[in-house]
Design a protein around this ligand. Structure first.
Ligand code: 5AD
Ligand code: SF4
Length: 491
């Protein structure tokens, strides 16, 4: 998948405090009303360095983990060398990602200083557990995401001189909520509304590494969104491995589509995004919410994984090709034009050339605006590990290349159709080239545009599309003023 749909993968500057949330200080165009910086609080405090790999959920978990450490008086530093505690938030979704962890731990062994503590968090921590101590005896902390709420206790044990501490429990009905979250982007805030996954796709480690589905109460989500809006955030991205399987645990029993509307109605919030949706739980009510409320962004990420019903059955995806295509038809029939992205896996065990051709033909029908495409990677503990008819690596590579090329042409054609249109863009970056800016549209497309005005990062502007590539749009700022969709509070 190209940069056009980097679902918030960008990492921005680090910085200052605002209520229960800390925000970047680098984007100085907007007055920093949030008060002092944590980094100035206590020069002699314990220091930590936190490196994150993997998905947006991991990125956001790291924001919360950093919040826990900051609240304990730790100070965040930019290099492992300068830190007392080095934390590595890991990903094990595919083998390559997991391998990276052990090579990075090998590097730490060489550079580790006297008295420095090294911790492994996230999916590899959960998957490998205490085995990490034998593979990398210089590690002191191993903690999976389902145990993050125990972090203060684990840190206290480390501070008390314990050599090895673990948090590896996945049998939980609690979510990880923090008093302070150290957010990296000053306008777009991520917010996990459902943790874990109950879907048990046969190839996937997530149900093992993140535990069962647990949703936050709608009241606590909405309270946090109000705080975010007060702190100046205008975009909220609701996160979950299967975000639309959200099940409000409170008596209110708010449906996911109702939650979307309620978040969008918080004064100051101009854009609401959500990812990732599971096709099984994707109903008409979500489309109706997008149709009715302009602040809910016109973009849905709906992973299909394969276009073949036979392969989908092997993957335990719980829908057929036809059922998935019905969801697509419902989205395409919406009153607002909704951009659609997906995830695809090639080379699942037993995937024949005919099955692969069905995935290609599904692309023709679905006309995705973006797709993350992966080669199947066998993972520990997963049911598909033992399935017959493994596809050779070269054949997976061949299928992946064909898939990427086809999707690229679809994206080029779809983006070209937007030439001449005027779209709203949140200004997120300034290019080194004079008068060049970039941002995202409501449909989550990257727009690189020209404007002779001194734009303010975080503002919303109208941009006319004058060109297109497969991964981005090229635009010129229109002189027309943007009508505020909602009250915009920027302090
Ligand atoms: N091999 C390849 N891709 C995988 N994904 C999940 N598990 C695997 C695996 N074992 C992909 C799926 C999922 C995305 C986050 O990662 O497409 O939607
Ligand atoms: Fe993994 Fe399937 Fe859950 Fe997605 S829905 S996290 S692919 S088990």
């Amino acid at each position: 998948m190209g940069k056009a749909f980097d679902i918030g993968l960008e990492r921005l500057a680090r910085g200052s405090v605002g209520g229960g949330t800390t925000r970047s200080g680098e984007f100085a165009e907007r007055p920093a009303s949030e008060g002092h910086r944590y980094t100035d609080l206590n020069e002699s405090a314990q220091t930590f360095y936190l490196e994150t790999f993997g998905c947006q959920m991991n990125e956001h978990d790291s924001e919360k983990v950093a919040g826990v450490l900051l609240a304990r008086g730790y100070r965040q530093v930019e290099s492992a060398d300068a830190a007392k505690v080095v934390l590595y938030n890991t990903c094990s979704i595919r083998e390559k990602a997991a391998q990276k962890v052990f090579s990075r731990l090998g590097e730490y062994r060489v550079t580790q200083r006297e008295g420095q503590t090294i911790g492994v968090l996230g999916c590899v921590a959960q998957q490998e557990g205490e085995k990490i101590f034998s593979r990398a005896p210089w590690v002191s902390l191993v903690c999976g995401s389902a145990s993050y709420r125990k972090l203060p206790e684990l840190l206290a044990q480390l501070e008390a001189g314990n050599r090895r501490v673990t948090g590896l429990d996945t049998d939980t009905d609690e979510t990880f909520e923090t008093e302070v979250t150290r957010r990296d982007n000053p306008w777009r805030a991520y917010l996990t509304i459902i943790e874990g996954c109950d879907k048990a796709c046969s190839y996937c480690v997530v149900p093992f590494t993140r535990g069962p589905e647990r949703s936050r109460t709608s009241a606590s989500i909405l309270e946090e969104v109000r705080q975010l809006a007060d702190a100046g955030y205008t975009e909220v991205q609701l996160l979950g491995q299967t975000v639309n399987s959200y099940a409000d645990p409170s008596a209110r029993k708010m449906r996911f589509s109702e939650l979307l509307v309620a978040v969008a109605e918080v004064p100051g919030i101009r854009r609401v995004r959500f990812t990732t949706s599971h096709p099984r739980d994707f109903g008409k009510d979500i489309v109706e919410a997008i149709e009715a409320v302009p602040a809910i962004c016109e973009h849905v990420h709906l992973p299909v994984q394969s276009g073949s019903t036979k392969v989908l059955r092997g993957m335990a995806r719980t829908y057929t090709r036809e059922e998935y295509l019905e969801k697509i038809a419902m989205l395409r029939a919406a009153k607002r034009e909704i951009s659609l992205t997906t995830d695809l896996i090639v080379g699942f065990p037993g995937e024949t050339e005919k099955d692969f051709q069905e995935t290609l033909s599904l692309l023709d029908v679905a006309q995705y605006d973006g797709a993350f495409c992966f080669k199947y990677s066998p993972r520990p503990n997963t049911p598909s590990l033992k399935m017959a008819d493994a596809i050779p690596e070269e054949e997976k590579s061949r299928r992946l290349a064909i898939l990427l090329e086809k999707q690229r042409e679809i994206q080029r054609a779809r983006n070209e159709k937007l030439v001449g249109r005027e779209l709203e863009v949140m200004v997120e970056g300034k290019s080194k080239k004079e008068f060049q800016w970039s941002g995202h549209t409501s449909s989550n497309k990257v727009m690189n545009f020209t404007s002779r005005a001194q734009e303010s990062l975080g503002d919303y502007v109208q941009v006319k599309v004058v060109g297109a590539t497969p991964n981005s749009l090229v635009g010129e700022k229109s002189e027309r003023r943007v009508e505020s969709r909602q009250l915009t509070v920027v302090s």
